[in-house]
Design a binder for this molecule. Structure first.
Ligand code: FAD
Length: 388
């Protein structure tokens, strides 16, 4: 007889990846416990906030391939729950016409027959007013891209998980993991046992992995999530069909700058720099670097003249970066019944449904639906806890 402390699977971390994994496992009729250290909902990890970009525009084919099915899975969740989670806006990818990064985006979309429209310097302003395209830049629009309502999505998947009989326990921080044929997981409220454990702890991944003898090369950074006020409300509005955008590289920066139309906060447009200052997730607010904001101000002055170049709202979020910005989706190298989903490198939200599916497959011993070689832990030099 199983007790309420024995599960088929314990998932640690109720961000978007852990929540989708728990949901997928519950769909397979597994008895699942989802543990979260904070009271839900919370704003201390990586999955909070109103919006995220969803797109097929990628530099690598494998992400574009996964997004095919992922759009379907998002739509399936919308239908199941009767909730709207996605709004199509298109994504404008801009960059130096001949640069490697811009061409990788453009070519990946072409190769994979993603519906696009290419805009040249000559016809750009006719289609996208109030945006200055730099000399020598070109733009391509990923037409099906858009906005995901992030907080709503997280709440929805957690609710659907519970409807399937899944158990969520928040304010239960996992303090120990003991590997074995049956894994035991300790929290201040007690000890749970499970046939398998999935670690989806976001920026805290290495803190948890330390209990299992390994570390993955992850760097946690704090992002300043900036919102900029429109000089004339509606200039860059979702109602006015202004798209999401991504600048692959520009005069101001060699890293991506991205933005979303004004939507969640009326009259405010979210524009962020895809890089942040290194932090410890438990001390996020002590990281006060604002150099990204200076870069964004210069970008806004040059490229988005309809915005006041001073952020009106600055929120905080964290990325968990791998050295190559590819995810970690794998079994633990020593314990096959411990599965790891980590290092989503600031672009994992849109993949939540697929990540959940893949991690659930790894945890039940099924053959994964996609080639996971880009996401293996072994691509990094091995580092055990004792070598730290
Ligand atoms: C500013 C910003 C913008 C972004 N924009 C996009 C975008 O446009 N498109 C996109 O696809 N992605 C985007 N991302 C990335 C995406 O949001 C993340 O990749 C994704 O949310 C990561 O989810 P996660 O579940 O891995 O981590 P998290 O959401 O951090 O979840 C991990 C959870 O584990 C819990 N936890 C940790 N340790 C323990 C423990 N010991 N015991 C119990 N619980 C624990 C944490 O409290 C947390 O709730 C963005 C991220 C940020 C920060």
């Amino acid at each position: 007889m199983s007790t309420n402390r024995e599960f088929d699977c314990v998932v640690i971390g109720a961000g978007i990846q852990g929540s989708f994994t728990a949901y997928q496992l519950a769909k397979k009729k597994k008895k699942v416990l989802l543990l979260e250290q904070f009271i839900l909902p919370h704003t201390r990890g990586s999955s909070h906030g109103q919006t995220r970009i969803i797109r097929k525009a990628y530099e690598q084919d494998y992400y574009t391939h996964m997004m095919e099915e992922c759009y379907e899975l998002w739509a399936q969740l919308e239908r199941e729950a009767g909730v709207k989670l996605y709004r199509q806006t298109g994504l404008l990818v801009m960059g130096p016409e001949k640069s490697q990064s811009y061409l990788l985006y453009k070519n990946t979309m072409e190769r994979n027959k993603v519906p696009t429209v290419t805009l040249t310097h000559d016809n750009f302003s006719q289609h996208i007013p109030h945006v200055n395209l730099a000399d020598g830049d070109e733009a391509v629009v990923d037409i099906a891209a858009g906005v995901l309502y992030a907080d709503r999505a997280l709440k929805t998947v957690q609710m659907q998980f519970q409807k399937l009989g899944g158990v969520i326990r928040d304010t239960e921080k996992v303090t120990d993991i003991k590997p074995g044929p049956v894994v035991t997981v300790s929290t201040p409220a007690g000890v749970y046992s499970a046939k398998s454990v999935v670690i989806t702890a976001g920026p805290w991944a290495n803190k948890l992995l330390a209990h299992t003898g390994i570390q993955v090369p992850l760097e946690v950074v704090k992002l300043n999530v900036c919102y900029w006020k429109e000089k004339v409300p509606g200039t860059y509005g979702v109602q006015q069909r202004f798209p999401c955008f991504l600048l692959t590289e520009g005069e101001e920066s060699k890293y991506h700058i991205y933005g979303l139309p004004s939507n969640e906060y009326p009259g405010l447009v979210k524009v962020c720099y895809h890089i942040g200052g290194k932090t410890d997730p438990d001390q996020r607010d002590l990281q006060t670097d604002r150099s990204d904001i200076d870069i964004l101000k210069r970008f806004i002055q040059r490229c988005l003249p309809g915005l006041i170049p001073e952020p009106a709202v600055v929120e905080s979020c964290m990325y968990t970066m791998t050295p190559d910005s590819d995810f970690v989706l794998d079994h633990h190298p020593s314990y096959s019944n411990i599965v790891i989903g980590a290092g989503f490198s600031g672009h994992g939200f849109k993949f939540g449904p697929i990540v959940g599916k893949l991690l659930s497959e790894l945890s039940t011993g099924e053959v994964p639906s996609y080639d996971l070689s880009p996401f293996r832990i072994r691509r990094f030099p091995s580092k055990t806890k004792s070598a730290l």
